[in-house]
Design a protein around this ligand. Sequence first.
Ligand code: C5P
Length: 222
Amino acid sequence: TKAIQIAIDGPAAAGKSTIAKIVAEKLGYIYIDTGAMYRAITLKALNAGINLASNEEAGALLTATEIDLIPVEGGQKVLLDGEDVSEAIRSQYVTKAVSEMAAHELVRKRMVELQQKLAEDRGVVMDGRDIGTHVLPSAALKVFMSATVEERARRRFEENKKRDILTPLVELQEEIAMRDKMDSEREVAPLKQAHDAVFLDTTPLTITEAAEAILKLAEERL
Ligand code: C5P
């Protein structure tokens, strides 16, 4: 059988990465979490103390930065200038700042190039905000995954609890809603369902059910 590209987009905390990982594993494809790349450059910007709103400063930082995604058992490792930042990029500190950094045209251009190179000539499941619309416009399967903001906040809350992160539910819901707003309203490659994407509402679905729905759609395209 041939290998296809699967693009999974949607708002924050919709379960994209959890489900994308399962789908990739089942198909023997690589999984690429593009949000991790925007998080990594944001972490560097915060550490460097640059003005996140400045195009010039973001661009200058970018040229001196190396970001690598290394596929590992059950996911991927994120390297920022050779250092493993897989955990550090998940902090609230980075989460709250990432949408501002991701709005810069220069930042997106560089990330998209990297993402397209990673996906070249192989079976891939890639998740993000603009995969179906910009990064992999000819992907054989595009899914736009969503759930109510309440449900997404609740899931993130439960997930955090397992890692001893105790951000209150209301704060999570606010942060998620704010990020969705910024990601949808930005000028460059905003969060948007591709016209040829399949909409999947995961509100009533378990992780297994959502993964199975996507695997079924994938099989129809193999
Ligand atoms: O997927 P995740 O929640 O980790 O993404 C973090 C942020 O990175 C998003 O809120 C968005 O601002 C940005 N992002 C993006 N385009 C992508 C993936 C993520 O702008 N393809």
